[in-house]
Design a protein around this ligand. Structure first.
Ligand code: ADP
Length: 370
């Protein structure tokens, strides 16, 4: 097991494109760290630099205490699992699992022992003599994981390993990977574009955009205290609601969203002065769908028009229009209003997020990364 340290790691492709810009962080010994961001944000580039499949333009990469910038992939003591399982179709599961060890000249007895151990961990024992064609997608992905497992590496690197599976299987495999990580205690770096996968699997998450790290923290800390608008709207489904307006003062601070549409702001002590600094200027505020609710009509309450009601069984999403902004509320699926109704909105003021519209940064000072 080992920690992995990235210091100002940078990748400039031969055409001058900066794929990853000054990435600095540490993957702790035994940690499951997720790299997440939209397609093209540099996740795979970063992972491939750790693997040694992509050269490092500048910065330093260490596995344990050893600088590995120039160390070839096979000597880095890592194992990688890709999206495409690329199993050898003519080999059995056992042969697929043991092939890497065979190439390295391991003895027959050692190969058999490690293959059996990996098969037991991944519940593949009954399938060892089958060929990949006789396996389901999930089973093939387990074999791909097993191939990495038999190597007993210091660090596992997983690049979108579940994206070829259907939604139900993905959920099952997600749980298996989390279980595997707990069982092995090996350092793992997991790349995905899927924010749900990131939130459910990651002990910590690195959010990337355009090759730059946006924020690193535990899933719930990112969800509760996003450092900027990108992180705020990337994590969470449905997305965080955003309202734009001018900050005014009349019976306290308010956001004037449109003519006659005002939202009372009740920033807590730590934020009051920063919010007040926006008096007479534009401010962006965010409220997650679960942090708003329907309330009795009252003069200070925001009124909104119901546009679409989406009951999904255990809950319902209410799509609303309010002073030119679109809002979504997450509600229990009972006594729902109907499209065309006017409703009044209550919200949890302590859950409100404030962002500078120009820098897109949160006004809340970022807590030290956990
Ligand atoms: P992700 O894994 O987040 O989808 P990648 O790390 O694959 O993104 O790519 C990051 C960016 O680098 C993308 O914009 C991609 O087009 C670009 N890129 C990847 N490989 C090359 C290359 N060989 N030459 C130039 N640009 C590249």
């Amino acid at each position: 097991m080992a920690k992995v340290t990235l210091e100002r790691l940078r990748k400039v492709y031969p055409n001058g494109f900066v794929g990853v810009d000054e990435a600095s962080f540490e993957i702790r010994d035994g940690e499951l760290l997720v790299l997440v961001g939209p397609s093209g944000c540099g996740k795979s580039t970063l992972l491939r630099m750790i693997a040694g499949l992509e050269t490092i333009s500048s910065g330093e990469l260490r596995i344990g205490e050893r600088r590995v910038n120039e160390v070839p992939p096979k000597d880095r003591d890592i194992a990688m699992v890709f999206q495409s399982y690329a199993l050898y179709p003519h080999m059995t599961v056992a042969e697929n699992l043991g092939f890497g060890l065979k190439l390295r000249g391991a003895s027959k007895a050692e190969i058999e022992a490690r293959v059996n151990e990996a098969a037991a961990t991944l519940e593949l024992e009954s399938m060892l003599e089958r060929k990949p064609a006789a396996l389901s997608g999930g089973q093939r992905q387990r074999v791909a994981l097993g191939r990495a497992l038999v190597r007993q590496p210091q660090v596992f690197l997983l690049d979108e390993p579940l994206s070829n599976l259907d939604a139900k299987l993905r959920m099952g495999m997600r749980v298996e990977i989390a279980r595997l990580h707990r069982q092995l205690g090996t350092t793992m770096v997991y790349v995905t574009h899927d924010q749900i996968e990131a939130m459910t699997l990651g002990q910590r998450i690195v959010v990337l955009k355009d090759g730059k790290i946006q924020q690193i923290d535990t899933p719930m800390a990112l969800y509760r205290h996003p450092a900027n608008l990108f992180v705020a709207t990337f994590l969470g489904s449905p997305k965080m609601n955003l309202l734009w307006g001018e900050v005014i003062e009349r019976d306290g601070l308010r956001l004037r969203i449109a003519e006659g549409v005002e939202l009372p702001l009740q920033p807590d002590e730590s934020l009051r002065e920063s919010v007040r600094g926006y008096l007479g200027r534009q401010l962006t505020v965010g409220l997650r769908p679960e942090d708003m609710h329907l309330a009795e009509a009252a003069p200070e309450r925001l009124a909104a028009r119901v546009e679409v009601v989406e009951p999904v069984g255990n809950e319902a999403f209410l799509n609303l229009g309010c002073g030119g902004c679109d809002l979504v509320l997450r509600l229990p699926p009972y006594d729902l209003p109907t499209p065309g109704d006017t409703v009044h909105l209550g919200y949890a003021p302590e859950r409100m997020h404030y962002f500078d519209p120009d820098t897109e940064r949160s006004l809340r000072p970022a807590p030290a990364a956990g």
